[in-house]
Design a protein around this ligand. Sequence first.
Ligand code: SF4
Length: 178
Amino acid sequence: MSAGQKPVIVVSKCLGFAVCRYNGVPLEAEYMQELAQFVDLIPVCPEVEIGLPVPRDPIWVIQTDEGKRLVQPTTKRDLTDLMVGFAERFAADLEYVDGFILKSRSPSCGISDCKLFNKPSLDRQIGVTSGFFAAKVMERFPGCAFISEKGMLDPKARQEFLQQVFESARKRAVNSME
Ligand code: SF4
């Protein structure tokens, strides 16, 4: 990845780049094509990257005595370490990034609105939280701009996000000339 003049934005791959959601249902994000003229987009699907198929049984974020875990109840798999490991490698490989557009409500990509369930029965939502991939990249890039695909449909939120992204890229370009 090179330090071009364009902003670099990581996007959830299911937002118009691939059919990779758990239920195999495609999503459209028409603004992505327009955005791609002005920024470099890096699509990623963390769940596919850790080896899950499409379609797949849903995965959930649950609260345990040892903290939050990412699990697939039907297979009883605990995917926490796989996902955290992938997110850490992905973040470490990102030489430059100015923003993230992430799918809302996802246990992997949700910025802050993923359902959090209680462990014993998985039938009771006890709150909302960040998805595991989103939490890791937000921790790694605290000054970055983050928005969901829903936020991109809100003119004010979209404008603020893009202003932050282009300002970040501008600073990066200035710093590279010093
Ligand atoms: S929300 Fe994230 S993990 Fe889920 S399908 Fe989209 S890109 Fe993949």
